[in-house]
Design a protein around this ligand. Structure first.
Ligand code: RIB
Length: 326
C-alpha cells in the first residue's frame, strides 16, 4: 500500500507538500501539483481519511526512540524527558532501536502513523528515518546524537571538548602512546569524540571502531593489546565499551594504570568503588532529557520557530585509572 512518503519521493517533494496538494491548498506551485497528482495516479495512492482526520486531533503521546535500552546512560535521560512530559500533560512511549538503523525506521514509521504528538530520538544513523521525520508534520527533537540529515531542535553534550579533556589528561599524566576506541562511523557521538581525541593528540592517532557495546569494547581492547605497537593508555568513547575494555585488561593481567591508562566517556555509578577507581567524562544525563522535553513542548506550541541546538558541558572526573605511577 503506497504511503504519502512514497508519493512524496516519487514526485520529488516533501510529504507536507503532498498533503497540501491533496487538501486543495492553492499555495502550491502548479508544476508541483502536476507532479504530485501524476505520482498519486501512477502509484495508486489512496489517502487514508481516518488517518487524515486523526492527524487533526493529535494524541498526547510522545515517542522516545533510544539507541540502546541496555545502556544505563538512557535511564536518567528518559527520566528527565518523562518528568517534563508529564508536567506538560503528555505521556511517553519508549522505543528501542538497538543501534539498528532498520529497526529505527520501523519505529519512526510507527510513531508517524500513530499520530504521536512529538518524537524525541537518539539516532542510530538511519538517513531514511531522518528524512521521514523531516518530511512529516510531527514535531521532532534530537537528543544525545544529531540526526544524520536535516536541522531539528537538538540537545547534545560537548562531545569534542569532553574527548579533548580526556586525552590531554592522559598526556599530562605522562602517557605517550594513547589509543582511542570509539563507536560506529556516521554516529555523531562516535565521530565527535574521535575528533576531540585526534585534536588533542600530538602523536599519530591509533583508532579502533566498535559498536558502543561491551563485547565490542572487549574485542577492540584485545586487538590493541595484540597489535605490534601496543598503546600505554586508551580513551574509550562510551560506558559499555569501557566496561568491555576493562574486562579485557583484567583477563590479560594488564595492570591499570601502571601498564595501561584508562579514561571512559560516560560516568558509571560504581566508577569510584572499584580499584583502581575509574576516570570518566560525565554527561548531565537527566538535564539532557529535561532540556529535550522542554524543546519539544516549545516546538509543539510554535511549529514555525527556527530549530535550536543546545550544547551542555561534559565533566572530566579524574580518578586512579589514569594516574600513571611516576
Ligand atoms: O553510552 C551512551 C553514550 O554513548 C551516548 O552518548 C550514546 O550516544 C553513546 O555514544
Amino acid at each position: 500500500m503506497p504511503t504519502i512518503y512514497d508519493v512524496a519521493r516519487e514526485a520529488g517533494v516533501s510529504a507536507a507538500t503532498v498533503s497540501r496538494v491533496l487538501n486543495g491548498r492553492r499555495t502550491v506551485d502548479p508544476e508541483m501539483v502536476a507532479r504530485v497528482l501524476t505520482a498519486v495516479r501512477e502509484l495508486g495512492y489512496r489517502p487514508n481519511a481516518v488517518a487524515r482526520n486523526l492527524r487533526r486531533s493529535r494524541t498526547t503521546l510522545w515517542a522516545v526512540i533510544i539507541s540502546d535500552i541496555g545502556n544505563p546512560f538512557f535511564t536518567a535521560t528518559v527520566r528527565g524527558i518523562e518528568d517534563v512530559a508529564r508536567q506538560a500533560g503528555y505521556s511517553v512511549v519508549l522505543c528501542n532501536s538497538d543501534e539498528d538503523p532498520v529497526k529505527e525506521e520501523t519505529y519512526v514509521t510507527a510513531a508517524l502513523s500513530e499520530q504521536m504528538a512529538g518524537v524525541i530520538i537518539s539516532s542510530s544513523g538511519s538517513v531514511k528515518a531522518a528524512r521521514n521525520l523531516l518530511d512529516s508534520p510531527v514535531p521532532v527533537v534530537a537528543i544525545d546524537r544529531q540526526l544524520p540529515r536535516g536541522a531539528v531542535d537538538t540537545v547534545v553534550v560537548d562531545n569534542e571538548a569532553g574527548a579533548r579533556a580526556a586525552t590531554r589528561h592522559l598526556q599530562e599524566a605522562g602517557y605517550t602512546k594513547i589509543a582511542c576506541i570509539t563507536g560506529p562511523e556516521g554516529v555523531s557521538t562516535a565521530d565527535l569524540r574521535l575528533r576531540g581525541y585526534t585534536e588533542a593528540l600530538s602523536a599519530e592517532p591509533v583508532v579502533v571502531r566498535a559498536d558502543f557495546r561491551e563485547k565490542g569494547g572487549y574485542d577492540a581492547m584485545a586487538s590493541l593489546l595484540s597489535s605490534g605497537s601496543r598503546p600505554d593508555a586508551v580513551f574509550v568513547a562510551n560506558n559499555l565499551m569501557t566496561v568491555g575494555a576493562l574486562r579485557c585488561l583484567t583477563d590479560r593481567g594488564v595492570e591499570v594504570p601502571a601498564e595501561m591508562g584508562l579514561v571512559g566517556f560516560d560516568e558509571i555509578p560504581w566508577a569510584d568503588l572499584v580499584r583502581p577507581s575509574l576516570t570518566t567524562v560525565a554527561q548531565p544525563t537527566y538535564e539532557l532529557g529535561r532540556m529535550a522535553a522542554r524543546l519539544l513542548v516549545d516546538r509543539i506550541a510554535t511549529p514555525s520557530a527556527q530549530p535550536a541546538t543546545v550544547v551542555l558541558p561534559a565533566e572530566l572526573l579524574p580518578r586512579q585509572s589514569s594516574a600513571r605511577p611516576r
